[in-house]
Ligand binder design. Structure first.
Ligand code: CS2
Length: 490
């Protein structure tokens, strides 16, 4: 089958949306670090609509920080790829044209720095996942002993980490007298702008005090809340997209109709008119972020660990199993919502309902295993912050504790039948060794609480926390996840 490319765009099946502007006139105004499916199905779609409106300053140079796979798939397609939007009622296909170049950082760090130091560049955005910030999840401080950070201090001209690239790019632009880049984190972290600012400032300061001061005074780090469910693409998805396009696309992205982007408006060097594409600009990003992390991602992780242990492959399958829907509903309504900051005029009830509907989307195969990845980096902002607030209020948190208990069981690296779990986490080896060796629920909790970078100092010192968590681990060990969830629903 013919491959999607500039040459073959005219052969696309009618009904597939495509770029109507002159791609060769695009300027590289945006550099994106972390060219994964999420970016391609979210920020890139908003930007595409700005390009369609005629402002061609905002082409994107996409950078993969690790693997060449995305570049290898998209380069032969001139950077074109498809976003397939799916739910139970139908599919929509859009070919995105805004990606002007794809770079692979480990192969050519100098090319990445050149893109970041290009006079046309204005914004560097990031979807590098939680672990890409090289911070300590419990405190948000730069992990100064992180091997990539140690490397980047020794070899600042050929960085490996996202903070390393940002600091060197900021230095190069300053030296060349260019407009400062705005750094736009689009990862699921609380106050993601503050988080990235903190690590970048610290790293700059460690290189040179003057550069640290320049970062603190000059660089803007707006916070954002980003939301769209984007499961990993499968071969079946590729076949479906090829059928719809009449052309082969080696790496389309699959997503849901829902999309949301809430951004703090702090772009001293300019930005695309994303508001015209549906982005909300507000000073209240923090409240949106907390709401989304605790309701959506907190429920997602709970469904992922419990669902995986109960033998369910996808989120939709998990939602359909007995007890899960009421568990998630109770988690959101009774345990999470009372901890959320006020958002005037926001219909929280409709939001919670739409989340449950999105989790049930039958057209997306969102694997529990995919969401279960990197628990040590996700659990602090998804579950532990909420638990802290519940503890402070003297309020119950049994469902939150059940989700967390399921992570502990999952992180032992053995499922309920004793089979090995493919545990993906930067702390995987340490977690498996420490948790896998525990013989009792209390021992498992004790071993887990030894991970101070996840639990901090306060939670291990709370008897109520230990007790509730131990009781939920005991439930899972005695009855298994499926029964425990069913019993919880009453
Ligand atoms: C998910 C998120 O994989 C995960 O951890 O919880 O990627 C989730 O799908 C997005 O945050 C939705 O916006």
């Amino acid at each position: 089958m013919t491959r999607l490319s500039n040459q073959t765009l005219d052969a696309l099946a009618p009904g597939v949306e495509r770029p109507g502007y002159d791609r060769s006139a695009l300027k590289p105004g945006l550099v994106h670090l972390g060219l994964g499916a999420f970016h391609r199905a979210h920020q890139a779609v908003y930007t595409e609509s700005v390009l369609a409106g005629g402002d061609l300053r905002w082409g994107t140079v996409g950078v993969s920080l690790r693997s060449p796979d995305t570049r290898d798939a998209l380069a032969p397609q001139d950077g074109l790829y498809t976003v397939a939007v799916r739910d139970g009622s139908g599919d929509r296909f859009q070919v995105i044209g805004g990606l002007v170049r794809q770079l692979v950082a480990p192969q050519d760090p100098a090319a990445v720095l050149a893109a970041l130091a290009h006079p046309d560049a204005r914004i560097v955005s990031l979807t590098v996942t939680e672990k890409g910030y090289c911070h300590r999840p419990a405190t948000g401080e730069l992990d100064e002993a992180h091997p990539d950070i140690v490397h980047d201090l020794a070899h600042p001209e050929a960085p490996r980490s996202a903070p390393g690239f940002l600091v060197e790019a900021i230095r190069l632009r300053r030296e060349a007298g260019l407009a400062p880049l705005t750094v736009l984190s689009c990862d699921n972290l609380p106050s993601n702008g503050h988080t990235v600012a903190k690590v970048v400032r610290r790293l700059a300061e460690m290189r040179d005090g003057d550069l640290g001061a320049y970062v603190a005074q000059t660089i803007a780090f707006p916070s954002t809340m980003i939301d769209r469910i984007v499961p990993a693409t499968t071969d079946a998805d590729r076949a479906l997209v090829a059928g719809a396009l009449g052309l082969e696309d080696a790496w389309p992205v699959m997503t849901e109709p829902f999309t949301q982007w809430v951004v703090e408006d702090d772009f001293p060097s300019g930005r695309p008119d994303w508001a015209s594409a549906g982005v909300t600009f507000t000073t209240q990003v923090g409240a949106f972020e907390t709401m989304k992390l605790r309701l959506l991602n907190g429920s997602h992780s709970t469904l992922a660990y419990l669902g995986y242990l109960a033998g369910h492959e996808t989120v939709a399958e998990t939602m359909a199993a007995p007890g899960f829907e009421p568990l998630v509903r109770g988690l959101m309504e009774e345990e999470v919502s009372p901890t959320l900051p006020e958002l005037a005029g926001f219909d929280l009830d409709a939001y919670r309902r739409s989340l449950r509907e999105r989790f049930r989307n039958p057209a997306l195969r969102h694997r529990t295993w995919q969401i279960a990845m990197d628990g040590s980096q996700k659990v602090p902002q998804r579950l532990l912050g909420t638990i802290r607030d519940r503890l402070a209020a003297g309020a119950p948190f049994d469902r939150l504790a059940l989700g967390l208990a399921a992570w502990l069981v999952y992180a032992t690296g053995r499922d309920e039948a004793g089979a090995a779990i493919d545990l993906r986490d930067p702390l995987a080896d340490r977690l498996k060794a420490a948790l896998g060796a525990a013989a009792t629920p209390a021992g498992l909790v004790e071993a887990a609480l030894g991970f101070g970078e996840v639990f901090g100092q306060d939670l291990p010192a709370s008897p109520a926390f230990r007790e509730t968590l131990t009781a939920r681990v005991a439930d899972l060990r005695a009855k298994g996840a499926a029964r425990t969830v069913r019993d919880f629903a009453g």
